[in-house]
Design a protein around this ligand. Structure first.
Ligand SMILES: Nc1ncnc2c1ncn2[C@@H]1O[C@H](COP(=O)(O)OP(=O)(O)OP(=O)(O)O)[C@@H](O)[C@H]1O
Ligand SMILES: [Mg+2]
Length: 360
């Protein structure tokens, strides 16, 4: 779901609190290739929980990243950027079948009951599905982001001399990267993006993201903090121990796995809670057949195995290369960063003008 549509080739730009990532693809199918790739650190406090606090610094960083890519070059000023999951809302609704003029009014009214903003404080975008639960209803998927956030993102991009052609709620980009267009029609999954300061949970079902939520309690940095506190280590030492041992019981007498277990239990509980919510609150929800893990935090050793045992469900690592395995060999991106890429890859794919998915 994007806030405006344009069919031009564009750079995909993932705006995270401490990292910006930009991808431009070219070609298609087996001929798909990187035109450019760039990544740059953002000093703490410039973007906080998805909110741009220092627009000038963000524009300068974007400019620097675009003019000095780590691979190739960026050949367009068009950009598709992500909107922060934590500041956005996705809602699947069942509404009476009405004419298109009435539709917007109805959607605005409905949405104002579900988000903590008044109707004139948010931008909305929606997608209609052919049929609803009954003959006289339609199913609609709605995305909403506060105007203040959208406007600040557009201003930062324009100040960086880029032309924003679309803004996409992050979960949409992630699902676009991780669920290939030729996936089985009945593919359903909960995708986790275990990031720096939050974990996002999205449900992909019936060809679309139908639910998303974020938790600040569970995150990569929260796991590091837990290790630091419990074992009286510095943050850097705790981060190193986390990456080295993860949940592998054969490492260091299993001290790190034991220390992290309360956080993993919490994560498992949260997954079940959101799956239950999805089943009971979202119209025509299907049983979710698998959990896909992404985000840097998904690199935690043994996480898929441990979660799968706790949940009694299929848990797999997401594959950001699933739509272009041949590019993995180009080594444009270090392998330890693969799981952090779904957002930028999804946006980059959306930025390809001639996507087969768009032609359908
Ligand atoms: N090998 C590893 N084992 C465990 N955790 C890891 C490993 N590598 C990275 N991480 C964790 O991943 C987290 C960062 O995730 P990620 O790169 O997805 O965040 P981001 O995209 O920059 O931020 P955002 O949360 O805004 O999306 C950090 O907390 C880091 O400790
Ligand atoms: Mg991220």
């Amino acid at each position: 779901m994007s806030f405006f549509q344009n069919n031009q080739n564009a750079i995909g730009l993932d705006i995270s609190d401490l990292t910006l990532r930009a991808v431009q693809f070219k070609g298609q199918g087996r001929g798909l290739a990187f035109e450019g790739y760039g990544q740059i650190d953002v000093p703490p406090g410039i973007i906080k929980n998805g909110e741009i606090l220092e627009p000038r610094t963000v524009s300068d960083l974007i400019k620097r990243m675009i003019s000095r890519p780590s691979f190739g070059r960026f050949s367009t000023k068009n950009v598709i950027a992500s909107l922060p999951e934590r500041r956005s809302f996705i809602k699947a609704l069942e509404i009476p079948q009405i004419d298109s003029q009435q539709l917007e009014v109805t959607i605005r009214q409905e949405m104002s009951q579900h988000v903590p903003f008044s109707a004139d404080e948010i931008y909305l975008d929606w997608q209609m599905f052919k049929s609803g639960a009954s003959a006289d209803t339609s199913r609609v998927l709605i995305g909403a982001t506060p105007k203040s956030i959208v406007d600040s993102y557009i201003a930062a991009l324009e100040d960086a001399d880029l032309r924003p052609v679309s803004l996409v709620i992050e979960s949409m980009a992630i699902a676009y990267a991780l669920i290939p267009p030729n996936a089985e029609k009945n593919t359903s999954a909960m995708i986790l993006d275990i990031g720096l300061n939050r974990t996002s949970f999205l449900v992909f079902d019936q060809g679309a993201v139908r639910f998303s939520a974020s938790s600040k309690v569970i995150s990569g940095s929260a796991m590091t903090r837990l290790i630091a506190q419990k074992l009286s280590l510095s943050n850097d030492q705790a981060e190193e121990a986390k990456r080295l041992c993860g949940l592998d019981p054969t490492q260091g007498k299993a001290v790190i796995p034991k220390t992290l277990m309360p956080a993993i239990d919490q994560l498992a509980k949260q997954i079940e809670k959101f799956l239950q919510y999805y089943k009971t609150h979202v119209p025509q929800a299907n049983e979710i057949s698998q959990i896909i893990l992404a985000g840097g935090g998904a690199n935690l050793k043994n996480l898929t195995k441990v979660l799968s045992e706790k949940l009694g469900r299929k848990v797999v690592l997401g594959n950001p290369w699933c739509q272009f395995e041949h590019l993995q060999k180009t080594k444009v991106i270090p392998s330890q960063q693969y799981l952090s890429q779904p957002t930028s890859f999804g946006l980059g794919l959306l930025g390809l003008a001639n996507l087969s998915r768009k032609k359908k």
